[in-house]
Design a protein around this ligand. Structure first.
Ligand SMILES: *[C@@H]1O[C@H](CO)[C@@H](O)[C@H](O)[C@H]1NC(C)=O
Ligand SMILES: *[C@@H]1O[C@H](CO)[C@@H](O)[C@H](O)[C@H]1NC(C)=O
Length: 275
């Protein structure tokens, strides 16, 4: 997660960046396990670390894996939930599905970069509120995948999109005041396949309709109303035509992107909702 996070900012001069970052400090190694590892101790699984800590590898900061602390601030509690949605900022993961250690689901070893250490469920539990997912037609369905020459292959595929949508659904039903945003790099060409996927995942019941999305720089609805209406899932596609045909919002009708600065595979940029 640390390698590849961005903040989803919402257009407003008073946006509040409220997701707190993981605290990572280098320290000497210590042999420990079973919940005895303290902050910065080396670890191999979350269970090694004491309460409130988890085991993270972050090659840009340190070698191996260490217990780190993550402090999560819920923007709707930090302020209140009576402002328009575009007044809050959210932690977003880029290539949220490209998770280190995800087993191969194709029987072929994967040969493509991983971007995240946390599973999607862990990302959401750690405060991430927007996920960037790359959707491809692959095998007999829709998969989350990196591409090679524009196509998903056995050696670049991460997992069937349905598996991730089920994790998202579980989080949304367990957390009825949370609003999630999905930003799809959408390579699904077959008409209505993506809509069908969301319907069969059961996530369509949380769908925030494109007809309620503001145009011409107006504010979004209030967070408390989105929660009360249970319209808590915002989905954007990179495929312009699908807003007209499938009522999935075309991202560049509602977002702008600031200049991207890249370091190795890690790009730091901001997306703004509210165009
Ligand atoms: C972020 O975490 C630090 C250290 O735990 C804490 O002092 C600070 O209040 C937190 N900030 C927010 C906005 O929650
Ligand atoms: C919510 O927070 C905003 C910003 O601090 C404030 O202006 C507004 O009065 C608050 N609304 C409620 C209902 O507390």
């Amino acid at each position: 997660m640390v390698l590849d996070i961005i903040f989803l900012m919402l257009i407003s001069s008073t946006s509040h960046v409220s997701a707190n970052s993981t605290t990572v400090l280098p320290a000497a190694a210590a042999a420990c396990s079973n919940g005895e590892c303290q902050l910065r101790d080396e670890c191999s699984t979350d269970r090694d670390c004491a309460a409130g800590l988890y085991c993270l590898s972050c090659p840009l900061e340190f070698r191996g894996s260490r217990c780190v602390r993550s402090t999560i601030s819920d923007p709707f509690k930090l302020l209140n939930n009576s402002l328009p949605f575009n007044k809050y900022a959210f932690l977003t993961t880029h290539n949220s599905f490209a998770i280190r250690g995800e087993p191969s689901h194709t029987g072929v070893p994967r040969f493509t970069p991983a971007n995240q250490e946390d599973t999607v469920t862990q990302q959401l539990n750690h405060g991430v509120r927007a996920l960037m997912l790359d959707t491809y037609e692959f095998k007999d369905g829709i998969w989350l995948c990196h591409s090679f020459k524009g196509k998903c292959h056995d050696f670049t595929a991460f997992e069937p999109a349905m598996d991730t949508l089920k994790e998202i659904k579980a989080f949304m039903s367990a957390n009825p005041s949370e609003i999630l945003t999905l930003i799809l790099e959408d390579h699904v060409e077959a008409p209505y396949e993506l809509s069908r996927l969301f319907r069969s995942s059961g996530l369509d019941k949380y769908w925030f309709p494109v007809s309620k999305m503001p145009r011409d720089g107006q504010d979004w609805p209030l967070v408390k109303d989105m929660v009360a209406n249970n319209q808590r899932l915002i989905v954007f596609t990179s495929d312009r035509s699908k807003q007209e045909t499938e009522r999935i919002a075309y991202q560049w009708n509602f977002m702008v992107e600031t200049q991207c600065e890249c370091f190795l595979f890690s790009c730091c940029f901001h997306l703004w909702i509210g165009l």
